[in-house]
Ligand binder design. Structure first.
Ligand SMILES: Cc1cc2nc3c(=O)[nH]c(=O)nc-3n(C[C@H](O)[C@H](O)[C@H](O)COP(=O)(O)OP(=O)(O)OC[C@H]3O[C@@H](n4cnc5c(N)ncnc54)[C@H](O)[C@@H]3O)c2cc1C
Length: 488
């Protein structure tokens, strides 16, 4: 079949759901030339979002976990387009992509339209501060790698400042308030407990982590991790308390200030750093995009088969999809597991040439459990993993394994990318070294000739000309032939 007649599958967003889908469809349809799979993302590299709290806390290095979309696309038979989607023309079946600029503000790629036959939206979500006064100005959210890096810098600066200051600490100093005890908040708290102690161990010894550092989690619901079964939530709360994390439940934050937060019950929590992790919403540009149905969180409303309610050729997966949860009164929760399961489901959807898309596969039941991974895994102060039996329960463990496998696949891709890059670098280094040796030999040859020639010969390089004229290598005497050679 001619390339221009191939069914065009366009996936927007290469996050937890999008990159998995692009990779799997590329391997199945792209490799066999049965469809043209294109992934669009506003970043050049993929970063697995559930790791962001670890980057923020500083326990992981961003650079070691980023996966290059271009390389992944090359290996898995899909195309990658760098750019940010900002519109959709459903009637002409094109995705509109904003121009891309480089770090200096110069345009790299101009505004363009990318045509599709099947479109999958996987643009994820962003923090929802529900318009709480002061949240936008004073709280940090963890939606992107840049935000995680910023938080980490602020945390290290706070520790350095506290360690260097001669006087006593201000009430808010070294206090961190985390708003929201969902996956992000709970895992961040556990991670920060570890990092602050590590920082002190690196020499900031004027700080007493037990006394000076205070982590507080504030949750409006009656318990932490409201989306998981109660027994898991209880186990996580127990562990957090064991880590000296203050857990406030049933408290809604009504204001964020530079030096702390206030709750509806009037509790004032001093904090030098406030992290907002209390809710999500899909990106603003999705609201009513192309006349599609969206909910109050800007999510595209989809059926259980993941196709949008008003257009069977447009699908949505992950955090940006408002998908009914079978047997529950609410939607599927915004987790990496859900994104992974939805990507797996769509990967089985065949894109027939010119025909109706077949998506009869039943959507699996969603369970949430992996989010407590961070808390339950080796988080006791003495290093032992407690309550391991919580993890051993069948469905919980199965989901852990699936999520871990999905992440491991991406990690393996990243390692492969590193290996290829290193092999490439080694090849270039060898080539450079050989070239330099050849050049050095050429120069020595040239020098032998030039030293025997008049000093102002045009063949003598400028710097040598100067050296030959002034005859001065420190001693003031005329330079010898061997000195010229050495100098060169
Ligand atoms: C700190 C933290 C910890 C978490 N821990 C867990 C956990 O332990 N377990 C769990 O199950 N879930 C966890 N989650 C939730 C999980 O990360 C998300 O549910 C999951 O990443 C959603 O996947 P997604 O594919 O929908 O979107 P994302 O992974 O967010 O990816 C969206 C992608 O779309 C791209 N994009 C966005 N807008 C555009 C646009 N306009 N044009 C082009 N590209 C665009 C982005 O660059 C990004 O690559 C955590 C989340 C956070 C923030």
């Amino acid at each position: 079949m001619h390339a221009s007649e191939l069914h065009r599958v366009v996936i927007v967003g290469g996050g937890a759901g999008g990159i998995e889908l692009a990779t799997r469809l590329g391997d199945s349809l792209g490799r066999k030339g049965r469809a043209r799979v294109t992934l669009i993302d506003r970043s050049r590299t993929h970063l697995w979002k559930p790791l962001l709290h670890e980057f923020a806390a500083g326990s992981m290095d961003l650079d070691h976990h980023a996966l290059d979309y271009l390389a992944q696309a090359r290996w898995h038979h899909f195309r990658f387009q760098l750019g940010e989607m900002d519109g959709l023309d459903r009637w002409r079946k094109v995705v509109q992509v904003a121009p891309t600029f480089d770090e200096d503000g110069r345009e790299l790629i101009s505004r363009r339209e990318i045509p599709y036959d099947t479109l999958v939206m996987a643009v994820g979500s962003q923090t929802n501060d529900f318009g709480t006064p002061g949240a936008r100005e004073h709280a940090i959210s963890l939606d992107t790698a840049a935000q995680a890096e910023r938080f980490h810098t602020l945390l290290v600066n706070a520790c350095i400042r506290a360690n260097a200051q001669p006087g006593p600490l201000a009430p808010e100093q070294l206090k961190v308030a985390i708003i929201g005890a969902g996956a992000t908040g709970v895992e961040l708290a556990a991670e920060l407990h570890k990092t602050t102690r590590e920082l002190v161990a690196y020499g900031l010894d004027k700080i007493n982590p037990e006394k000076d550092v205070q982590l507080t989690i504030v949750e409006a619901a009656p318990r932490i991790l409201p989306a998981v079964p109660e027994r898991v939530s209880k186990a996580a709360a127990e562990l957090l308390r064991g880590l000296n994390v203050r857990v406030l439940t049933g408290e809604r934050v009504t204001e964020v200030r530079r030096d702390g937060v206030t709750t509806a019950g009037g509790t004032r929590i001093p904090a030098e750093l406030t992290v907002w992790a209390a809710g999500i919403k899909a990106p603003e540009f999705l609201k009513d995009i192309g006349g599609l149905e969206t909910n109050r969180l800007n999510q595209l409303v989809v059926r259980q088969t993941l196709d949008t309610t008003r257009d069977p050729d447009i699908f949505a997966i992950g955090d940006c999809a408002g998908c009914p949860w079978p047997g529950r009164s609410r939607d599927v929760p915004p987790t990496a597991q859900a994104a992974h399961q939805q990507a797996s489901h769509l990967a089985h959807v065949r894109a027939p040439a010119g025909g109706q898309t077949d998506h009869a596969l039943a959507l699996p039941r969603f369970r949430v459990a992996g989010i407590v991974r961070g808390v339950l895994h080796n988080r006791q102060p003495d290093g032992r993993a407690v309550r391991r039996h919580v993890l051993r329960r069948g469905p919980v463990r199965a989901l852990h394994v699936r999520l871990a496998l999905s992440h491991a696949r991406l990690r393996a891709a990243r390692l492969r990318q590193d290996a290829v890059r290193h092999a490439g670098e080694a090849h270039h280094a060898a080539h450079r070294a050989a070239r330099q040796t050849a050049l050095a030999a050429e120069r020595r040859q040239a020098l032998r000739r030039t030293v025997e020639c008049p000093p102002d010969s045009l063949r003598v390089p400028n710097i040598m000309k100067r050296a030959m004229r002034c005859h001065d290598f420190g001693s003031g005497r005329e330079a010898s032939r061997s000195q010229y050679l050495e100098y060169w």
